[in-house]
Design a protein around this ligand. Structure first.
Ligand SMILES: Nc1nc2c(ncn2[C@@H]2O[C@H](COP(=O)(O)OP(=O)(O)OP(=O)(O)O)[C@@H](O)[C@H]2O)c(=O)[nH]1
Ligand SMILES: [Mg+2]
Length: 263
């Protein structure tokens, strides 16, 4: 059997990672695909949305705090390194599931996932040929031009760190009215609109910075498109799926001709 496609869901704290992982699994199931959910967040306390394989079986934030007398942030850092040591146990646990996809829920503190050497080791160990990142844009941040630019840079940083193709996803669109939603999506599709919005937002624009940033944004334009989703309303999953497939295939949708796993 072909190895499963692995998708790392990442984004700022509260961006909607855990909910999207579960909503996307539900959607995949409806399409006839099996997906395994791996939780890599040692501090995940969501009792309702249960993963199939849970890093907390090996590393729990509360226990790390207690045993090593650390505060929550120090414990997160220590836990990130401990997780890397458990990666082969995680792989073993995953191999017991027969699935088309592995959906990975990552720690809420994105800097732990994005910047630490340990997470690169984990991603390298878990990723096969078909791996990709879904970077989540929280509308609470993406709704201002400034916040949007910051998230775009963060997404590019994550892609640069892991060298994996990335799909940018706007979450919780059920919370946005249509005009606001279109405005945010427009910033992703048209660098000119984003530039205008950024310069309008800043009362006394630092022209030099804005111009340089704009050039970078223009260069990043192919990466900036956002796919709108709502885990609550179950919308946008099909477009995310198509883009993930394109990423797995390196541009073309091979899966379309393969069809789902036969039971
Ligand atoms: N309205 C709405 N709320 C959502 C949606 N997705 C997530 N939320 C809410 O946003 C909050 C954070 O969602 P989570 O899925 O826990 O986000 P997360 O990125 O996993 O959060 P951390 O792991 O704590 O960083 C929760 O209160 C969710 O109920 C959505 O599609 N629509
Ligand atoms: Mg979460």
């Amino acid at each position: 059997m072909e190895e499963p496609g692995t998708v790392y869901f990442t984004g700022t704290a509260g961006a909607g990672k855990t909910n999207l992982v579960h909503a996307f699994r539900t959607w995949l199931k409806g399409e006839g695909y099996e997906a395994t959910i791996l939780n890599l967040d040692p501090g995940n306390e969501n009792a309702e949305l249960e993963p199939d394989v849970d890093i907390r079986e090996w590393v729990r934030l509360a226990e790390v705090m207690q045993e090593h007398e650390l505060g929550p942030n120090g414990a997160q850092v220590a836990a990130a390194d401990m997780i890397a040591l458990k990666v082969f146990d995680v792989k073993q646990a995953l191999s017991e599931f027969r699935s088309d996809y592995v959906l990975v829920d990552t720690p809420g503190q994105i800097e732990l996932f994005a910047f630490r050497e340990a997470s690169r080791a984990i991603v390298d160990a878990l990723s096969g040929e078909r791996s990709t990142i879904a970077f989540l844009f929280d509308p609470a941040l993406a709704r201002t031009p400034n916040g949007f630019v910051s998230l775009l840079l963060l997404s590019a940083t994550v892609e640069f760190r892991f060298r994996l193709p990335t799909v940018n996803v706007l979450t919780k669109t059920d919370l946005l009215d249509a005009a606001r939603r279109e405005e945010i999506l427009g910033w992703g599709d048209e660098p000119g609109l984003l530039y205008d919005a950024v310069t309008r937002e800043t009362a006394t624009p630092d022209l030099q910075l804005s111009t340089e940033l704009f050039r970078a944004m223009e260069a990043m334009a192919p990466l900036a498109t956002l796919l709108p989703t709502s885990s609550k309303a179950m919308t946008g999953m099909d477009a995310v799926y198509r883009q993930l497939q394109a990423n797995f295939a390196g541009g073309e949708d091979l899966e379309a001709s393969q069809g789902p796993t036969e039971e």
